[in-house]
Design a binder for this molecule. Structure first.
Ligand code: GAP
Length: 510
């Protein structure tokens, strides 16, 4: 774990040092849990978004896009139940004055017990060797059974209390478990209270005319309220989907782990409208399709897992997360939710407008059910960055840091490097740069020794470096260096565009 913490710290400082991510308003000491994307960060983020969009919209005939406004009529959030139910149970430690989510405190406590179980298993595995039967051990070892019973008892007491909104009992569980504040180390807690996560602001220029509106906490509602518009104007037939990417805002009280949990972030969501009764089929379909998309990025399957929800949100009849193994453990990256007809029904009720689909086959109208896929763009960015960050010791004893980002989404695709700054090489390099730049984001660099320039490109994840040397002037060839293998190949300038194109334009889902 210490190693993983160290790794995470290095990833964060690398992201800053190389222009991927900056703290917002840094010259004013920053704004907590808000981040800006720098010159390479914005490229990587755009490329991830574009890759998601292509695979969801362009490759699915029955999915279309939308770009709804961030501001929406305030009743939207009443109908969606965000005004009444989008809150977290929080409590403060009176000594450190730090605020915590009650469920996070208890989940962290449970995670510690699970860690102890895992340690027991590992010890036993070493002791028994090949004859070790993990299933049997988990069921019979007295210490493990005791830990497991404790977890079951905590869950059986805590989660129903949360569901009932019994905040006194929620606090009592925390006290009974003797959970201490990680900062002050004391158990001097305030009562637990619910905090709504939506940011509110005023619309209208005169304060007396102003009405309170919210910054959207999810993009999904923009899709629901446009369901009729898109269905009619796009002549859509159920099943069909509407996809959208955009900013969402949540006043996260416990905002931590860099860009994992932010107050302003970006979502990529798709609502798939289906016939009621078919939701389980489509739920399974999208679970599988979305996992395929993640795996297409080339990150090993062992870094992902499904986590089915035991406790369902009020709108869902099935839900799961795709979790990714970040340096701080497996955490939610994407949610797949079977949302029933909750949202369309609620908007129908609050707006008084019929939000139904007429089925020409049965001559009946119904409110479609919805299966949603909802992924955080920033979290995907962090997952890719965490996977890509690699420290390598090279044969000559030197070291390099390389970001092994899939070429398809790498910020800079090609670096064009004249070997020296004379003999007509820069001019030739500029010619090549001009050929490539119309189709690929390229970088021209003539400063410093070639080795240092390669390292700079490795550090931002550029998959190809093209070097122009004196032979180029004679036979019209260049060397192309591949980032991960560092292998160099001599190729004709005429073949360069095609070669790069095959590698960086490849759709990874194929
Ligand atoms: N429309 C459903 C919805 O919003 P969610 O599970 O609350 O579901 C979906 O959010 C995804 O949005 C999450 O899986 C996560 O990737 C991302 N996300 C949620 N809150 C976030 C935050 N505070 N910072 C960064 N990403 C966040």
């Amino acid at each position: 774990m210490a190693n993983q913490e160290e790794l995470f710290r290095k990833i964060i400082s690398h992201a800053k040092e190389y222009g991927f991510i900056f703290q917002s308003s840094e010259i004013y000491d920053g704004l907590s849990a808000v981040y800006d994307y720098g010159q390479y960060g914005v490229e990587l983020k755009n490329n991830i978004r574009e890759y998601w969009w292509k695979n969801m919209v362009q490759f699915n005939e029955n999915i279309v896009g939308l770009d709804a406004a961030i501001f929406m009529h305030p009743t939207v959030w009443k109908a969606s139940s965000h005004v009444d139910a989008f809150s977290d149970p929080m409590l403060d430690n009176k000594d450190s004055r730090k605020r915590y989510r009650a469920d996070v405190l208890v989940e962290d406590y449970i995670a510690k017990i699970e860690d102890k179980i895992n340690k027991e298993v590992e010890k036993a595995r070493k002791r028994f060797g090949e004859t070790f039967d993990e299933k049997m051990y988990l069921e019979t070892n007295p210490r493990v059974v005791e830990y497991k019973t404790k977890i079951t008892e905590i869950k059986a007491r805590f989660f129903p209390a949360l569901d009932r909104n019994d905040l006194a009992e929620v606090k009592k569980v925390i006290e009974d478990l003797e959970i201490a504040c990680p900062v002050s180390g004391t158990r001097n807690w305030t009562d637990v209270r619910q905090f709504n996560l939506m940011f509110a602001t005023q619309m209208g220029s005169l304060s007396e005319d102003a009405s309170q509106i919210y910054l959207r906490p999810e993009t999904a509602q923009g899709i629901f309220v446009n369901f009729l518009n898109v269905m009619k104007t796009g002549r859509m037939k159920v099943p069909f989907g509407i996809a959208q990417t955009g900013k969402a805002f949540r006043n996260e009280i416990v905002a931590r782990q860099f860009i994992f949990r932010m107050r302003e972030f970006e979502q990529m969501e798709m609502q798939f409208f289906i016939k009621p009764g078919e939701e389980m089929k489509w739920y399974e379909h999208w679970k599988e399709k979305r996992m395929e998309w993640h795996l297409s990025l080339g990150i090993p399957a062992s870094r992902y897992r499904y986590h089915d929800h035991d406790k369902l949100a009020h709108y869902a009849n099935a839900a799961c997360d795709i979790e990714f193994e970040f340096p701080f453990g497996f955490k939610e990256l994407e949610g797949i939710h079977s949302r029933t007809d909750f949202d369309l029904n609620a908007h129908q009720q609050y707006s008084g407008k019929k939000l139904q689909y007429f089925d020409p086959e049965t001559n009946e109208s119904y409110v479609p059910y919805v299966v949603e896929t909802s992924i955080g763009l920033d979290r995907t960015f962090l997952a890719i960055l965490s996977f890509a960050y690699t420290e390598e010791k090279l044969d000559d004893g030197s070291e390099r840091v390389v970001l092994k980002i899939p070429p398809r989404i790498a910020p800079v695709k090609v670096a064009v490097l004249p070997l020296v700054k004379k003999d007509g090489l820069p001019e030739k390099a500029r010619e090549i740069f001009d050929i490539l730049k119309t189709d690929f984001y390229c970088q021209y660099d003539e400063k410093d020794a070639i080795g240092r320039r390669y390292r700079r490109q490795d550090a931002i994840g550029t998959p190809y470096c093209v070097t122009i040397d004196n032979i180029t002037l004679e036979d019209y060839t260049v060397t192309i260096r591949e980032r991960d293998s560092m292998k160099q190949e001599r190729v004709d300038i005429d073949a360069l565009h095609q070669l790069v194109s095959e590698k960086v334009r490849k759709n990874l889902m194929e």
